[in-house]
Design a protein around this ligand. Structure first.
Ligand code: SF4
Length: 325
């Protein structure tokens, strides 16, 4: 297994209060597969991925428990010097807004060459050659011109392609993509997703895709993990989950989006709001919004029940159906 996250807990500390942004998340991802992590804003999906790369600001929070096994090696206790060798080389990350990662005062070519030179200790000529190859791989037309451009001279879609090119500079084994198409127009979104799919299969990488968009998940992912209020509430192969969501929250998400597999009479929103980390309800954090909540739901969070080899759900409705993990 390329990546195995076990019972990951990442907590932040604000005014003496412990905020459990990620609270016991586990998943596994193998070479060549795409896992989509889905959930509303603030559910902890981005924090979980930042934790994998150990990018949590130590002034604000810390990994409070669990393991992040990358090719069998736990990254959590690894010293920063070793993590620097893993970030960008073996695990790369792209973000929603490429302008936050690209430096506005340097040309695209300079930034690409720098990334290659730092991570691969390549000389000037080799880095320049590799930059051109990467732009070709990410199907950027007129690469010679783009290399001379500054980020602000490119469209949003082109900037995201440059970021993808940069993230591939060292042929990573794992690419973490955090809402990579959210800031783009729909047609450009489709092109960037297609590009991600193609480079993934060309390079045999694994992709961890974070999104709130179930349409993107349906297009891209093999497996899906649903998070709510820092907890994992359901995981399954994508088709299984789209056909028969087990957790009431997942079912609510499906009803609030156009369904790709079934005809649907009308869309319906999940009542209420995602709870704040400051005021997390006891028990199952979804219980104030859940139409099927029972007494026990307000008292205890259910363990994840396995519903087969690759499917599980954390909900009292299914607690007796599968063996708790
Ligand atoms: Fe609803 Fe209870 Fe299941 Fe939570 S555990 S989703 S409140 S039924």
């Amino acid at each position: 297994m390329l990546l195995e996250v076990r019972d990951l807990k990442t907590y932040f500390y604000v005014n003496g209060q412990e905020l459990r942004a990620v609270d016991g998340v586990s998943f596994a991802l193998d070479k060549g597969r795409t896992l989509g992590i889905v959930g509303e804003s603030g559910c902890g999906k981005s924090v979980a991925c930042m934790s994998i790369l150990k990018l949590i600001d130590p002034q604000a929070g810390r990994i409070a428990g669990g393991q992040v096994l990358f090719e069998g090696k736990d990254l959590v206790p690894l010293p920063e010097k070793e993590m620097t060798g893993i970030r960008g080389n073996q695990i790369s990350m792209i973000f929603q807004e490429p302008m936050t990662s690209l430096n506005p005062v340097f040309t695209v070519g300079y930034q690409l060459r720098e990334a290659i030179a730092i991570h691969q200790q390549a000389g000037r000529a080799a880095a320049a050659r590799r930059s051109a190859e990467l732009l070709e791989l990410t199907r950027i037309p007129d690469a010679a011109r783009v290399l001379k451009n500054y980020p602000h001279q490119l469209s949003g879609g082109m900037r995201q392609r440059v970021m993808i090119a940069m993230s591939l500079a060292c042929s990573p084994k794992l690419l973490i993509a955090d809402e990579p198409t959210t800031a783009l127009d729909v047609t450009i979104q489709a092109q960037v997703l297609e590009l991600l799919r193609d480079v993934k299969s060309e390079l045999g990488m694994a992709v961890l895709l974070i999104t709130h968009d179930l349409g993107v998940i349906a297009e891209m992912a093999d497996d899906i993990l649903v998070m709510y209020a820092g907890r994992m509430v359901e995981y399954a192969p994508v088709l299984e989950l789209f056909k028969a969501p087990r957790h009431p929250y997942t079912a609510g998400l499906m009803r609030s989006k156009p369904n790709i597999l079934h005809e649907q009479e009308k869309l319906s929103a999940i009542p209420g709001n995602v709870p704040s980390l400051y005021e997390m309800p006891a028990g199952c954090p979804f219980h104030p919004r859940c139409e099927q909540a029972m007494e026990i739901c307000a008292e205890r969070f259910p363990d994840v029940s396995k519903l087969g080899d690759s499917q599980g759900v954390a909900c009292w409705l299914h607690a007796r159906e599968g063996g708790a993990q």
